[in-house]
Design a protein around this ligand. Structure first.
Ligand code: ZN
Length: 254
């Protein structure tokens, strides 16, 4: 079955089940049901960041902005049913890897169809981060000040800005799952920056509900995507992304 037909099924499953899925996750953060469709049988462990992304750099930690503390994501998994994980999202990743392999990003750009699939893929990462951050409590973070009162609260309640109330966290979660059920990403195309890279290292950083930067050294390409900002021109997004990347790496002294 083609990737497009699989994604038709994926969107349909999400549209039908999204309310139940999010209500279940909110009711029990550590629920053992598929985070995409709510299925409770044939569960598999879905990596938050797929292992092929960081093949060469398994020791790297993936930094995301939570309370100034690094969160590691390379070994973390979430429950997803076999159909969503292997059959659908696995096929999406295989399709994209094939596109990355056959495209020399320094010479030619990706087609809009491929760019829309890249956006979908980056949106699945955002949704997984949001679910994961709801499942992890702040008191599990090494090196953070331990405050018993907030120790039982999910990491997600400390992320983003300026409103990190539970109501806002939950509405972000609903919106990020819903985004996966929307076929057209054409309005978001300007928010995706494709960056050609010769770096040999994997780089990654992410701000919940704001942006993601992910560098796929193996394919000589990196992506910066603004989840909720719309740009009239891709060049404006590239300028905004460059500022964030430069700030990020100068802060870290690298
Ligand atoms: Zn599923």
């Amino acid at each position: 079955m083609s990737i497009n037909l699989k994604l038709v099924q994926f969107r349909k499953k999400i549209r039908v089940n999204q309310k139940k899925v999010i209500d279940t996750i909110i009711g029990d953060h550590s629920t053992q049901s598929c985070i995409f469709c709510g299925e409770t049988s044939f569960l598999t462990k879905e990596h938050v960041i797929p292992q092929w992304v960081y093949n060469r750099c398994t020791k790297r930690t993936f930094v995301t902005t939570t309370n100034g503390v690094s969160q590691t994501y390379n070994k973390t998994t979430l429950p997803a049913c076999k159909d969503c994980n292997s059959n659908i999202l696995g096929a999406l990743e295989r399709h994209l890897k094939h596109e990355f392999e056959k495209t020399d990003a320094s010479i030619q750009g990706f087609s809009n169809e491929t760019l829309e699939l890249i956006i979908l893929w980056l949106q699945t990462l955002e949704y997984k981060f949001q679910v994961l951050d709801l499942r992890r409590n702040l008191n599990k973070v090494k090196g953070a000040d331990y405050i018993p009162f907030i120790g039982k609260m999910p990491i997600s309640m400390f992320q983003g800005s300026p409103d990190t109330s539970p109501a806002k966290v939950f509405s972000n979660l609903r919106a990020s799952l819903k985004a996966l059920s929307i076929k057209s990403k054409s309005k978001k195309l300007n928010s995706l920056c494709v960056i050609y890279t010769k770096n040999q290292d994997f780089h990654f950083f992410h701000a919940s509900n704001e942006f993601i930067f992910i560098e796929l050294a193996e394919y000589g390409v990196a992506f910066f995507f603004f989840y909720n900002r719309i740009f009239d021109d891709n060049a404006d997004a590239i300028i905004a992304a460059r500022e964030i990347v430069e700030d990020h790496y100068s802060d870290k002294g690298t």
